[in-house]
Design a protein around this ligand. Structure first.
Ligand SMILES: Nc1ncnc2c1ncn2[C@@H]1O[C@H](COP(=O)(O)OP(=O)(O)O)[C@@H](O)[C@H]1O
Ligand SMILES: [Mg+2]
Length: 456
């Protein structure tokens, strides 16, 4: 049987795709959650910075023609963080530095209440800064106060670390869940395929009924073509079976008719040379009807063996019955057939096939055994039902013994005997169909011994 070439595994591919997809989604989820959290946290810090800078600007006033900023306590206290973040500020008047940290530069438009955010570097530390301005109107002048307020980001980065850890946990959890779902989905999908495979393989080789189980939509075309394939197979099998039965009938009947005419003519012919010719003719007819018979028997057995029709039989009776029918032929060669065995060997098998097999064995014993000798047929139930045929002839050619059951194979000792090389093949096929086998050996005295065993 040809095995299909296997290219990868569907289960593996499907599982890998799903789990790979889950991993990509988990990573995306991690980054999405983290960047959203960064935004929210930054927004929080910015809002406080704005509130603080606004309260500072509120405290700015012009007194005695000079700008005075009396920084309220609340402006700094609202910036307090658990990480004790440091706060820096710089105050400018119309762009001129008044007080605070010189490192902080004012970013933004010269006027207006717009708050401009940015990052700056104060003494090697990254700070978030907001720039805001306010226009003050004094007795005789307009002046603009600008304040830059900055804060380190220690608390913020601690929060972000915390959020990153949680986002990572979320990603891992998501991945684990999605992977478990992928495994489940793969198993559920492949389960459908497995079920179909099991129901195909569980069938016997002769079971050609269509599949009726419901299958998923995607598998329906496959099952449909499988069904139509089996329907065609079933049809051609039964056609061949009919053909064989028909052929057997059409070949045997006219041959029998010709033979009986030839026999009748033989009685009426007086001249010895004509009689000789008639005898050769009868012999040739016998040969061809035998060969045709065995060919058709073999074909018939191939079919019957596929769907064995078992019935309860007694093997001893079956053999006795057969021997009775073969006795006239045996007597022509002065052969005696003896049946020994247990009183009764009950067996459930196909009687027609079993008789055919034993007939071929006895036939061989009569053909290859010497005239005026004894053929022993033994039928026993133990250790398992078997039928043994022993003759007193020269036995099987020992170097060929392993190949004699092959189809059309005849031994060297068969040169002058009629035959088609199918007898032992038929016996072997029948034994196989009944769960048994056939064994060829030679007895110590040299005769052939064939054992046809059946399953118990
Ligand atoms: N009883 C026997 N004694 C010796 N040789 C045998 C015997 N039975 C079978 N053989 C050998 O086995 C071969 C195959 O037997 P078989 O399949 O019955 O074919 P056929 O009898 O048509 O030649 C025979 O040709 C013969 O050589
Ligand atoms: Mg034979």
């Amino acid at each position: 049987m040809d095995n299909p070439t296997v290219s990868g595994s569907l289960r593996y591919r499907l599982g890998l795709t799903l789990i790979g997809g889950a991993a990509v989604l988990a990573v995306l989820l991690f980054f999405a959650v983290r960047s959203y959290a960064v935004q929210v946290a930054q927004q929080g810090q910015d809002n406080i910075l704005v509130a603080s800078v606004t309260s500072m600007l509120d405290a700015a006033a012009i007194r005695d023609n000079a700008v005075e900023v009396d920084i309220p306590y609340a402006a700094f206290s609202m910036l307090t963080t658990p990480a004790d973040d440091r706060v820096f500020y710089a105050i400018f008047q119309d762009g001129t530095f008044l007080s605070g940290y010189r490192d902080l530069g004012y970013l933004g438009p010269d006027a207006g209440l717009e708050n401009i955010f940015g990052f700056a570097n104060v003494r090697g530390v990254l700070v978030r800064q907001v720039s805001a301005s306010r226009t003050l109107i004094g007795a005789n002048k307009r002046t603009e106060v600008q304040i830059v307020l900055a804060q380190t980001q220690d608390a913020l980065s601690a929060t972000l670390d915390q959020i990153s850890r949680n986002a990572a946990l979320l990603g891992v959890g998501f991945f684990a869940l999605a992977a478990a779902l992928s495994v489940w989905a793969t198993a559920a999908t492949m389960g459908q395929l497995d079920r179909l495979t099991t129901s195909v393989t569980r069938r016997g080789p002769q079971d050609l009924r269509p599949f009726k189980n419901s299958v998923p939509q995607e598998m329906a075309p496959l099952v449909q073509s499988l069904n139509s394939l089996m329907a065609r197979l079933d049809q051609s099998l039964s056609q061949s079976e009919d053909f064989i039965a028909e052929a057997a009938h059409r070949v045997r009947t006219p041959l029998a008719t010709v033979r009986s005419y030839a026999e009748a003519t033989l009685q009426r012919v007086d001249k010895e040379e004509n009689r000789e010719a008639m005898r050769s003719m009868v012999k040739a007819i016998d040969e061809s009807s035998r060969a045709a018979g065995q060919l058709l028997d073999h074909a018939m057995i191939t079919f019957r063996a596929d769907h064995l029709e078992r019935e309860d039989i007694n093997l001893v009776e079956l053999v006795r019955d057969l021997v009775l029918r073969m006795t006239p032929i045996a007597e022509m060669k002065d052969l005696s057939l003896s049946v020994q065995g247990d009183g009764s060997v009950p067996y459930a098998g196909d009687a027609i096939l079993l008789q055919n097999a034993v007939r071929n064995l006895v036939d061989n014993a009569m053909k290859y055994g010497p005239a005026e000798s004894l053929i022993d047929i033994t039928v026993r139930a133990e250790p398992h039902p078997h039928i043994m045929v022993i003759d007193r002839g020269p036995g099987f050619p020992s170097h060929e013994i392993s190949t004699l059951t092959l189809r059309f194979k005849r031994g060297q000792n068969a040169e002058n005997t009629i035959g088609s090389g199918l007898g032992l093949t038929i016996a072997k096929d029948v034994a196989f169909a009944h769960g048994g086998g056939i064994k060829l050996e030679n007895t110590l005295k040299g005769g052939a011994c064939v054992t046809l065993s059946l399953s118990s």
